[in-house]
Design a protein around this ligand. Structure first.
Ligand code: ATP
Ligand code: MG
Length: 750
């Protein structure tokens, strides 16, 4: 029987929305979108939409959000796993402003300016941010009518999954009748998710742009589409096989995304491809690429990695991984979207949800190495996510995903295990001591759960409880409660009522691991002494601080350093012959040294090269350490060991700006960062009074300052200055990064 189709025109929503969507060039709904709207989702029913990559899940979510908002059911919360995804959605949803629907985003360092979250109709946040807002009992959470959980299959992720399911469980408990729309990749147990969320399920394999998946071997790709095999010859003319697979698509004016498993490979492969790409790039594109390259790599102090990226950009190829800083990452993505860049070589961080114009996606590595796990084949789900970046409706008429085999057996293995395989089932990862103690403290501190019964009720709302027997998590709950009580973060009163102690409350709001709070309290209240390295290492010893690795060839160097500094450290090295704890300890030490170099004004180039990291990493380490320093100060304050406070406050500022103490006053000025600050100081302008006195033209003549900065400085000091030069943008200083960090470090207060 023919299904009656629903079209955009017939949807029960405000006419202006329909017109608005049509104006974006969307005239017909995709079949799975139609199915979605037949479920009653517009009337407020929950929905799990498990349909292929690029099949338009976002549009369904958008229409549901707009409907809920216009019907007065409340505001919309859009949960995403990645900042880059938040940024894409934010730019996208801004188009509804002309309809009076406002959007704001809060993910840390990419916060949208201006509008407060409270006033916006649509709020886009990362899952962790949502968790933090709940902990702060943010008032407007109660006004949420609909929550969208994008990429909900990430419940399967050991690190992020527990927070995602807890956030959904908490939201359903806080907001009565909240509507949940969950967007998922095609997974084999999508019905489990929909059962859990009491949602309608739409599962489909339809894709708007046909995607052929195949495996390359020896000059030919065997593609499979709808179960049928088709071979395609690849002309072998270049020395590098991969270059042939890439150029095959460039010949036909397509763009290519190559996935490899490590950062180092992204650079190596991009370098290998670079010599072949020049002929596919127009002169006009070339000029624009060169401009971008200059922006990234021009200063002599630019890190070597940035210079390499700049050189590659000028050849039409780029690498992309988490070590890039925000400016670089945005530039690479935008140039690729505008078809200036032909090829990106990326780690799988680029695989989730983003829309890129890649006609062909090459998955060069299907094996990955992790120190704890060794080498393993990636899950099918992850392969499908990477493959799904090919053939996006906005950009291409078809897409191709290609795995690369070296031998016949490998070819067959890849066809059977990836190309023709269904993604595996997902399972909850909540049952870990870490996840349970973190979320229990949060819910007790926010007074969501006051006794064991209520805790059990909250846990009963998780995907874990849906999938497994209650007793499997019960002992984790008991031992977490024991841990929190012993650490004096919670107390048990009469009738088994739990309350968080002031320390517990603050720890939860600070979004630090309960273990970190206990560590800070015990270590800092146990001594009146502290050294810089001791404190930096203490920060790095917490589970909240991301760390760099110590490579095998560096072990000896850091063992020697450990001997040298052992007296200064506030934590003893592990005594047990536990190789894991020991190598972690060395990694903590190495990260502490990196932070030390940062606050000693070592240049970006020096730091990135010495520690073999990217500036993106440095910013991550620094932001986190700055936050932890603040947290340590707060914990000291609450536990009455105030002796450390002045030191910690000073350290926090130094981490924020990456400077020694003597220019902290200078860098408080907007437009003056660690580079210009030191330059002023070298010219005997050591504080604000000096800057007040110095003639403006003299100030402008100091290298790196110039007229516009000089004017801006004088203006900030209260001079009545008309800016002469408002058109040209300030020359790039690393101050831009500082601004980003400041937005991250907003404090919610108690
Ligand atoms: N009905 C439609 N007609 C034409 N284009 C559409 C329609 N619906 C969505 N699109 C476009 O399809 C593209 C992919 O949509 P979207 O990003 O929502 O994919 P997705 O389902 O979330 O995929 P992924 O799983 O990869 O995140 C977008 O560019 C979107 O504008
Ligand atoms: Mg998506």
């Amino acid at each position: 029987m023919e299904r009656k189709s629903i079209q955009l025109e017939e949807l029960d929503i405000n006419r202006r929305i329909i017109t608005h969507i049509q104006a974006q060039g969307i005239s017909d709904l995709f079949p799975p979108q139609e199915s979605a709207f037949k479920t009653g989702v517009l009337e407020g029913k929950n929905l799990v939409l498990a349909i292929p990559t690029s099949s338009g899940k976002t549009l369904v979510a958008e229409i549901c959000m707009l409907k809920a908002i216009l019907d007065g059911r409340g505001k919309a919360l859009f949960l995403v796993p990645l900042k880059s995804l938040a940024r894409e959605k934010y730019t996208d949803f801004k188009k509804y402003e002309s309809l009076g629907i406002t959007t704001a985003m809060s993910v840390g360092d990419y916060d949208s300016p201006g509008r407060s979250l409270q006033d916006a109709d649509i709020v886009i946040v990362t899952t962790e941010r949502a968790d933090s807002l709940i902990r702060h009992k943010t008032e407007w959470i109660n006004n949420i009518g609909i929550v969208i959980a994008d990429e909900i299959h990430l419940i399967n992720d050991t690190k992020r999954g527990p927070t995602l399911e807890m956030v959904l469980a908490k939201l359903t408990q806080i907001v009565k009748d909240i509507q949940i729309v969950a967007l998922s990749a095609t997974i084999s147990n999508a019905n489990a998710i929909s059962d859990w969320l009491r949602a309608e399920l739409v599962k489909d394999t339809w894709r708007p742009v046909p995607l052929s998946e195949g495996v390359y071997l020896d000059g030919s790709i065997s593609f499979y589409k709808d179960g049928r095999k088709k071979s395609q010859k690849i002309k072998r003319t270049r020395k590098d096989e991969l270059a042939d697979i890439v150029c095959d698509t460039l010949e036909e004016n397509g763009q290519v995304l190559v996935f490899v498993s490590s950062r180092r490979s992204t650079v190596a492969v991009a370098k290998k491809l670079a010599p072949y790409l020049r002929r596919y790039i127009s002169n006009n594109a070339m000029q624009q690429l060169s401009k971008g390259a200059i922006r990234i790599g021009k200063t002599p102090s630019a890190p070597e990695a940035s210079k390499i990226l700049a050189r590659l950009l000028a050849n039409g190829v780029a690498f992309h991984h988490a070590g890039l800083d925000n400016q670089e990452r945005t530039l690479v993505e935008d140039y690729f979207k505008n078809n200036l860049l032909k090829v990106i070589v990326a780690t799988p961080t680029l695989a989730a949800g983003v829309n890129l114009p890649s006609r062909r996606v090459i998955i060069r590595d299907y094996r990955r190495y992790e120190p704890e796990r060794g080498s393993y084949s990636i899950p099918i789900l992850e392969y499908k996510q990477m493959a799904g970046r090919a053939g996006r409706p906005k950009y291409d008429k078809y897409g191709e995903a290609v795995l690369v085999a070296r031998t016949e057996p490998e070819h067959d293995f890849l066809i059977d295990n990836y190309t023709l395989s269904e993604p595996e089932e997902i399972t909850s990862k909540l049952a870990s001591p870490h996840a349970v103690r973190v979320h229990l403290l949060a819910s007790i501190a926010a007074e969501m759960t006051k006794d064991r019964k209520e805790i059990d009720a909250l846990i009963a709302g998780t995907f874990f409880s849906y999938q497994f027997d209650h007793w499997e998590i019960s002992h984790h709950v008991s031992s977490a409660l024991g841990f929190l009580e012993e650490g004096r973060l919670i107390e048990t009163g009469a009738n088994g009522v739990y309350t968080a102690t002031p320390l517990g409350k603050r720890a939860s709001q600070l979004y630090i691991d309960p273990y970190t709070a206990i560590l800070f309290r015990d270590v800092l209240s146990g001594t009146e002494n502290h050294s810089m390295m001791g404190v930096l290492h203490l920060l790095c010893h917490t589970p909240d601080q991301p760390l760099t690795y110590v490579t095998r060839s560096e072990v000896e160097e850091y063992e020697v350093l450990l001997d040298d500094y052992i007296e200064k450290l506030m934590i003893e090295p592990p005594i047990e012959e536990s190789p894991h704890a020991y190598s972690d300890f060395l990694a903590q030490l190495k990260t502490a040294f990196l932070l030390h170099d940062w606050i000693s004004e070592k240049t970006e180039k020096e730091i990135t090269e010495k520690f073999n990291v990217g500036m993106g990493d440095v910013h991550r380490f620094v932001q986190s350490a700055e936050w932890l320093t603040y947290a340590a100060a707060e914990i000291s304050r609450i536990s009455n060991s105030t002796i450390h406070l002045p030191f910690l406050h000073n350290l926090r500022s130094r981490l924020r700006y990456g400077v020694r103490s003597d220019i902290l006053e200078l860098v408080s000025l907007k437009g003056v960062g660690r580079v210009r600050g030191r330059m002023l100081h070298n010219h005997n302008l050591v504080g604000l009074p000096d800057l007040y006195k110095v003639p403006i033209d003299e100030l402008a003549r100091i290298p790196t300052i110039g007229t516009s900065i000089a004017e801006s400085i004088k203006k900030q000091l209260g001079f009545d200055i008309k800016l002469t030069n408002t058109e040209t943008k300030d020359p790039v200083d690393d101050d831009d990064d500082i601004d980003l960090m400041q937005t991250l470090l907003e404090d919610f207060g108690t």
